[in-house]
Design a protein around this ligand. Structure first.
Ligand code: AHG
Length: 340
């Protein structure tokens, strides 16, 4: 696991992002500032999630979001913080959030910019009441239209076109993990000074994976290909190794663990959810980007996530993400046993 050695120089997230900007001759600083504001949102959200059991904040708001899931109060807070830090900066043409049914426009009184920001403010929020790690996921694209308010065309982009993405995980410590296409870098929040410090430079997936992560409670709903694949991961079906099962049920935490320990996370389609559960734009694309930048691979089970062209804001997809050989094996089982 890549970790900073004692005595290594201390790099704040601001320094790290700015150093990268210096390598790009035509950079205006907009992306740098945007990433920095996302990190700031992460600090604000972390300060609430770590006090979730203390404040009168647990439980639902009684509203349902577009996905028909109960909205937790911390989701609402996280949504607001990210929106308010980004609506007026002139860097964005529009935003999109898992918590909002429509594209989020930039208010008329503020200028628009060249990027769009898509985010899941609090992934895994059904776990908050149980003190389980949750997180924020984000993806940044360049707008497609020339100017004016951002449109659907600007936000419905393929994973292959992502400019930057990553996540913040609010766990036993808060981490910010991001990529701008030159590898994956992880920072740990020092809460005593409120700074994200570089703790995991150039993260690469370990070559020998340890874990497989899926909700095996749904096994009876899975296709033959997925069932056989799962047995293969457990050392059956002709496999020459077996992996340990780890499933938190909070995708960021599951994928983060597998990023550092090696493994595969999958949330396939099943007989009740024919398109899977996870959202293309807010979950699959940014998490797949991180894993691929760390040397892994992400697939729908039949083709790369990065090639998937979303046609709807809240589109879902089956997702297989992790070490390349493990994800390719899933594709093999699906191609062999499941009808297209
Ligand atoms: P939510 O944000 O509503 O808690 O959804 C979490 C997502 C994802 O983080 C996780 O991997 C998956 O849903 C878990 O779903 P199951 O409970 O169906 O396994």
């Amino acid at each position: 696991m890549p970790k900073i050695k004692p005595g290594h120089k201390i790099t704040t997230i601001e320094r790290h992002i700015m150093d990268r900007q210096a390598d790009l001759p035509d950079a205006t600083g907009a992306l740098t500032s945007l990433l920095y504001d996302i990190a700031l949102a992460g600090k604000l959200i972390a300060s609430r999630t770590t006090r979730a059991g203390l404040a009168d904040i647990l439980g639902g708001t009684g509203q349902e979001n577009i996905q028909g899931e109960e909205v937790k109060k911390l989701d609402v807070y996280a949504q607001k913080v990210i929106y308010q830090l980004n609506d007026h900066t002139g860097r964005l043409a529009a935003m999109g959030s898992e918590e909002e049914d429509e594209i989020i426009p930039i208010p008329d009184k503020y200028p628009t910019g060249k990027y769009v920001l898509l985010f899941d403010p609090l992934d895994g929020s059904s776990n908050i009441d149980f003190n389980v790690s949750v997180g924020t996921i984000f993806a940044i694209f360049k707008r497609k239209t020339e100017s004016g308010p951002g449109t659907l065309e600007d936000v419905l982009q393929k994973g292959a076109d992502i400019v930057a993405g990553g996540y913040m995980v609010y766990g036993s410590s808060t981490m910010f993990v991001y990529s701008t296409g030159d590898g994956v870098h992880g920072f740990t929040l020092d809460p005593s000074v409120g700074e994200f410090l570089l703790s995991h430079p150039n993260i690469r997936l370990p070559e020998k994976p340890k874990y497989y992560s899926a909700n095996q409670g749904y096994q009876s709903r899975w296709t033959e290909g997925i069932q056989r694949y799962t047995r293969w991961l457990r050392g059956e079906e002709g496999a020459d190794r077996s992996l340990s099962l780890r499933y938190i049920g909070s995708m960021i935490a599951d994928i983060h663990r597998n990023l550092l320990g090696g493994g595969v996370f999958y949330y396939p389609s099943d007989s009740r959810a024919p398109t899977g559960k996870l959202r293309v734009l807010y979950e699959a694309i940014p998490m797949s980007f991180i894993i691929e930048q760390a040397g892994g691979y992400a697939s729908t089970g039949r083709s790369p996530i990065r090639d998937l062209q979303p046609t709807e804001l809240h589109q879902r997809t089956p997702l297989f993400v992790g070490n390349k050989d493990l994800v390719e094996k899933a594709e093999e089982f699906i191609a062999k046993y499941d009808k297209a």
